[in-house]
Ligand binder design. Sequence first.
Ligand code: FAD
Ligand code: SF4
Ligand code: SF4
Length: 488
Amino acid sequence: MPTQTLNFISVAQEMPEKRAAEIRSSDYDEIYLNFAEKRAAEQASRCSQCGVPFCQLHCPLNNNIPDWLLMTAEGRLEEAYELASATNNMPEICGRICPQDRLCEGNCVIEKGFEAVTIGSVERYITDTAWDQGWIKPPTPEREREESIGIIGAGPAGLAAAEELRRRGYQIDVYDRYDRMGGLLVYGIPNFKLEKEIVTRRADILAEGGVKYHRNFEVGRDASLDDLRAKHSAVLIATGVYKAHDLAVPGAGLNNIVQAMTFLTASNRVCLGDTVPDYESGALNAEGKNVVVIGGGDTAMDCVRTAVRQGAKTVKCLYRRDRKNMPGSMREVTHAEEEGVEFVWLAGPEAYLGDENVRAVRAVQIRLGAPDASGRQVPEIVPESSYEIEADLVVQALGFSPEDLPGMFDEPELGLTRWGTVHVDYRNMMTNLDGVFAAGDIVRGASLVVWAIRDARDAADSIHKFLQETAAENVETVDATAAPEQAA
Ligand code: FAD
Ligand code: SF4
Ligand code: SF4
């Protein structure tokens, strides 16, 4: 076992074993296996222990990457876990699904010439080992506090905040409109990227530590925001963004044109053993169909790869820019290509064709014109370039916006940004309503799990500070009112 670092010259980069495309395409299991102990240590030992670690600077959680790599290289895994979990509530989840090529690994200095240290896979290895060894404990506080906090949404933001605040002794109630805890970790992201037991064990250990879950509880239907404010000392809004962007093209109302989240939620429910009538009937099942997915982000990648696993006849991904300008992670594109997905670059839908059911997408060719103010080249339609692509099922993965929260929560005073996300003061993550905080996608717009955790940790710190200050003010008020009596 290597006991030193700086081995990047003698040890080549190796990812954990990836299951062959023809095998993994017919099941929903994760595609990467975990590192073996020796391999994890070897790969960790490639780190050059930079004085200014760019990997850490580009990790939204500022994880202390070089130190836990060194500890892993030296076989000090329990210490490595302590350090990794000090800044991250879900290291095994980030290790699996962060787009590392755009974050930590994409900024590893040895990437130029030697290929990056496989940071994400080592992070996953450390934390999976911690679970296996029983080092991960429920967040049971040393002392209980009376104040309670209501958290709306049990996605990564809600769960990370719940853990941080429970550790400090607060009474935590998490409300979610779904039946399972985890938000998009359960119902959005497919099993082949993140197996659901990994999420369930996280949610369960919080419950063991005293976090209370209210399942199938929709704020807006089962209680108003005002009700929660009256019940709790502080409230955190962590509802994510779910309003799917639509395409206003001719034929948009035809049957078998579905939204990405409808398609993915059905598939995830089937994997979890639920009965989904629209899947059974074939409406949300790609088996034997020519599938066209529209979009170029990670959600589109999840849809094409899910369609492959459902036994689609063909799967095409239509994207209006080229490979280089795609928002999705390049790793995901490579996985999809290996699994048989065909990418149709520089193409956009002009109309959906069919009588009742969609039978084809009429696409146009696109070229990339001059850059706009953001620096991205603007897609332009090539005149008279229409052509048809056969389709029995179209999945639209065009992004998400927030729902109308003030309307939904019956709280017209809740301040929003011009994008409809909840407006917070970034210094403390508090909304314009006293004691109401927000975190995750509902603040940033559709983003990443690692950013949701980061926001949640910041919000938890601020909620704690807010409650401490409120308690101190109350003591002062009591003292002031008590003073004349004492004098008498
Ligand atoms: P969510 O995870 O959306 O959780 C919000 C929760 O709030 C949900 O459980 C919801 O039911 C609940 N809720 C909403 N409204 C109410 C209400 N009124 N009352 C009660 N509960 C409510 N990120 C990555 O980092 N890597 C990936 O590979 C990746 N893949 C993705 C794939 C897909 C298909 C999608 C859609 C997203 C993906 N993301 C990925 C993004 C990531 O999932 C999100 O950024 C992250 O989940 C946001 O966390 P959140 O807690 O803010 O919201
Ligand atoms: Fe990299 Fe994500 Fe882990 Fe940070 S949390 S070190 S970005 S994998
Ligand atoms: Fe190690 Fe790469 Fe981070 Fe440098 S940038 S500390 S080599 S992981």
